[in-house]
Design a protein around this ligand. Structure first.
Ligand code: PEP
Length: 260
C-alpha cells in the first residue's frame, strides 16, 4: 500500500507570521500517537521568501518542504530566478513545476517545464509536474489528448527513467480555485489514462509506484471520495492548504489503517 501524498500550494499568500503559525499547527498535528493510523506524507510549498525560515521549524518534523517554481538554469545572469541548487541549500525536497498559473501568466512551455524537471532532479529535488486541460478542451472531448500530450512532451525530453523520479499532479484548469471539483469518476478516468501511459513507457512495478495526485478545489469534504479511487495517490491543494484545519482534514481523509 502506498502512503498518500498531500501537497499544499500556498501560492502568493500569507506573511512571515501567518506562515509560521500555519506550519506550527501542521507539525503539531503530525506527532503520531501509538496505535494511530498511517498518516499521509505532507509537503508544504510556501512562497519562496519564507522557505528558509520555515525550514528551521519543519526540518525536525516529518513534513517536507517544497518550492512553487525553479529556474531551468543552474546559475548565472537570470535576474529574479531561483536555482535548484539554492532551493536544496535551504531545505527543499520538492518543487512544483508547470502549474497552470505559470503556464498561463508566465508563458511556460512544455520544453521549459521539462528543463525545470531535469534541473530539480539534478539536485535531488522531486519535481511535482502539473498537467491539466481547460474547460473548452474538456467540452470538446480533448482531455486525454491534452494531458497525454503534456506528459509525453516532458517524457520525450527527460526520458522515461528520469521521469519516473517525479510526481504527477492532474489539475483540470476549470477546477482550480473555482470550487468545482472533478467528480471522483472524472478524475479517476484521467488518472487511469496517465497510468496506462506510464505502463507503456516503464516497467510495470515502477509505473504503478509513481504518484499521481489530483488537484482542483480539493477540500476535507470531498477528499475521501477522491482517495478511494485506485489511481488517485494524493492531492495537490491550493485554497484549502491555507487553513490548518481544512488542510489537515484532507490528510485525515487520506489516513490508512495499519495492516499488521
Ligand atoms: C492549485 O492551484 O494547485 C489548486 C489545486 O488550487 P485549489 O485547491 O484552490 O483549486
Amino acid at each position: 500500500m502506498k502512503h498518500k501524498l498531500i501537497v499544499g500550494n500556498w501560492k502568493m499568500n500569507g506573511s512571515m507570521q501567518s506562515s509560521l503559525e500555519l506550519v506550527d499547527k501542521i507539525i503539531t498535528h503530525n506527532s503520531p500517537a501509538p496505535g494511530d493510523k498511517i498518516s499521509p506524507h505532507y509537503v508544504i510549498c510556501p512562497p519562496a521568501v519564507y522557505l528558509q525560515e520555515l525550514n528551521k521549524v519543519i526540518n525536525k518534523s516529518v513534513v517536507k518542504l517544497g518550492a512553487q517554481d525553479v529556474s531551468e538554469y543552474a546559475n548565472g545572469a537570470y535576474t529574479g530566478q531561483v536555482a535548484a541548487e539554492m532551493l536544496k541549500d535551504i531545505g527543499c525536497d520538492y518543487v512544483i513545476i508547470g502549474h497552470s498559473e505559470r503556464r498561463q501568466y508566465c508563458g511556460e512551455t512544455d520544453e521549459m517545464i521539462a528543463r525545470k524537471f531535469l534541473a530539480a532532479l539534478a539536485q535531488n529535488i522531486t519535481p511535482i509536474l502539473c498537467v491539466g486541460e481547460s474547460l473548452e478542451a474538456r467540452e470538446a472531448n480533448q482531455t486525454e489528448k491534452i494531458i497525454l500530450g503534456q506528459l509525453n512532451a516532458v517524457i520525450d525530453i527527460v526520458g522515461a527513467e528520469k521521469f519516473a523520479e517525479g510526481v504527477i499532479a492532474y489539475e483540470p484548469i476549470w477546477a482550480i480555485g473555482t470550487g468545482k471539483t472533478a467528480s471522483p469518476e472524472q478524475a479517476q478516468e484521467v488518472h487511469a489514462a496517465i497510468r496506462t501511459l506510464l505502463i507503456s513507457k516503464l516497467p510495470k512495478e515502477i509505473a504503478r509506484k509513481m504518484m499521481i495526485l489530483y488537484g482542483g478545489s480539493v477540500k476535507a469534504s470531498n477528499a475521501a471520495s477522491l482517495f478511494v479511487m485506485p489511481d488517485i495517490d494524493g492531492a495537490l491543494v491550493g485554497g484549502a492548504s491555507l487553513d490548518a484545519k481544512d488542510f489537515l482534514g484532507i490528510g485525515e481523509a487520506a489516513k490508512m489503517p495499519h495492516t499488521n
